[in-house]
Design a protein around this ligand. Structure first.
Ligand SMILES: [Zn+2]
Length: 474
């Protein structure tokens, strides 16, 4: 029997507000433990929370960008559970009346566009953090994170494979970053997700028993954890076992998911409306204002890159995945770079150099103008495509102009036919056997001769001239 996976994601995004959701404490990451707290966010009795207007605006922005309906009436609830990092015993979250509902985003998988439903987006406060490592016989609690505003973005169970789940996550991250409502930093936990996954026989309508995988904090782990879990569930069913409804944890070290708690131990949160916060009334005029202030989002930008610059869909999709990269591309083209050539240099050499140093494009000093200047040298035949790679890497490191680098390192392409002819003659006389084979009809040896000439000239010979001269002389 063939099975298909049914996946839904609950993504937690930390909002980029300066202060917490119900008090004025700073949300800055990495401060000394418990230095960014007050009676409200540590949950002292008798205090009153006040909603941060910026957090509400960010949630609305996100809802509008993901095609949601914005509720003009919503409210907060208390989600009751006891845990050391949540001293007041409940988390303030939205429950039956969330701020955004019924949206969708589009993802591209293997060149096909898929629409993934968004059930709801609600606001809530983050909990604190327990610290066990390196503390000997004690555990400590850091409440700097308590009260940091979160959005929980819940998808419909519309995803059918780990790859789709990753694409969805990447698209969501891109949108949040374009909007400036979340930095998307998964290493620091600003973006993390829980996945609900079940399997069912292909063509079956009914859902299988779902398993929840908690707290996955990288794209790689989303793919690996789901992949493992789907295979595990298929194995259980094939061996006539039963999938049990449970919560599992992804162990990235072992590369497996492990049971954390079963359904019977599941929390009963006893939600009830938060009595200390009034219901949220949002007027349509404000929603319209926020809508008018939205930036150009990745989908629209991708379409524009395809129609205006003639880029292939996949190139455009890759470039718009990060706003800064799309900006860099567009700046370079505006300065006179040929769009497809610029896209190739960004997606190839530039990405490779950035990845090798784990840097973002904002952290690199290379200016768009430098690439334009270099492309001109290639066009004019001053440097070969191969030399250009060396020049590009040097530009990336120093932001010197291509001209400077070419002069300094003596990289000018040799287009002097006399000089190339001399090298061609040398190569031919050094390889009599290959010459004979070539003459006997083994034409692909031409590549060998070209390679030898290039090697001798350190890649500087004009390839076209080398080809012509070799053909003439052989
Ligand atoms: Zn506070």
């Amino acid at each position: 029997m063939n099975y298909e996976a049914v996946i839904g994601l609950e993504v937690h995004a930390q909002m980029l507000t300066d202060t917490k959701i119900f008090c004025g404490c700073s949300t800055k990451f990495g401060a000394e433990p418990n230095t960014q707290t007050c009676p409200v966010c540590i949950g002292m009795p008798g205090v009153l929370p006040v909603l941060n207007r910026k957090a509400l605006e960010f949630a609305i922005r996100t809802g509008l960008a993901t095609n949601c309906v914005i509720s003009t009436y919503s409210r907060f609830a208390r989600k009751n559970y006891f845990y050391p990092d949540l001293p007041k015993g409940y988390q303030i979250s939205q429950y039956e009346l969330p701020i955004c509902e019924h949206g969708y985003i589009k993802i591209m998988v293997e060149g096909q566009i898929r629409k993934i439903g968004i059930t709801r987006i609600h606001m809530e406060e983050d909990a604190g953090k327990n610290i066990h490592e390196g503390t000997g016989q004690y555990s400590f609690v850091d409440l700097n994170r308590a009260g940091v505003p979160l959005m929980e973005i819940v998808s419909e169970p519309d995803l059918r494979s780990p790859v789709e789940a990753v694409e969805y996550m990447k698209k969501l991250r891109a949108i949040l970053r374009y909007l400036g409502v979340c930095d998307g930093n998964m290493e620091q936990g600003s973006l993390r997700c829980d996945a609900n996954v079940s399997i069912r026989p292909v063509d079956e309508k009914e859902f299988g028993v779902k398993v929840e995988i908690k707290n996955i904090n990288s794209f790689k782990f989303v793919e690996k954890a789901l992949d493992y879990e789907i295979r595990r569930q298929i194995k259980v069913l094939k061996e006539d076992g039963k999938i049990i409804q449970e919560t599992r944890l992804w162990d990235s070290g072992k590369g497996i998911t492990e049971s954390m708690r079963g359904k019977e131990e599941a929390h009963d949160y006893r939600y009830f409306p938060e009595p200390d916060l009034v219901p949220i009334l949002v007027d349509q005029k404000w929603i319209d204002e926020i809508k008018a202030s939205l930036p150009e989002l990745p989908d629209i930008r991708r379409e524009r890159f395809v129609s205006i610059y003639g880029l292939p869909e996949n190139d455009a999709n890759l470039l718009v995945s990060e706003k800064a990269i799309a900006d860099w591309f567009e700046n370079t083209v505006k300065l006179g770079g040929q769009p497809k050539a610029v896209a190739n240099w960004i997606m190839g050499d530039l990405m490779k150099l950035l990845n090798a140093e784990n840097k973002t494009i904002e952290e690199c000093h290379l200016e768009p103008l430098r690439l334009v200047e270099m492309l001109k040298l290639v066009e004019q035949g001053t440097i070969s495509g191969k030399i250009a790679k060396t020049v590009f890497e040097e530009m990336y490191r120093t932001n010197k102009t291509a001209d400077e680098i070419v002069q300094e390192k003596g990289l000018v392409q040799i287009s002097d036919s006399g000089e190339i002819e001399k090298t061609v003659d040398e190569v031919i006389s050094k390889h009599p056997k290959e010459v004979e084979r070539f003459k006997a009809g083994e034409e692909k040896l031409l590549g060998f001769f070209v390679g030898q000439v290039m090697k001798k000239t350190k890649g500087k010979a004009n390839p076209q001239m080398v080809n012509e001269l070799l053909k003439k002389k052989l």
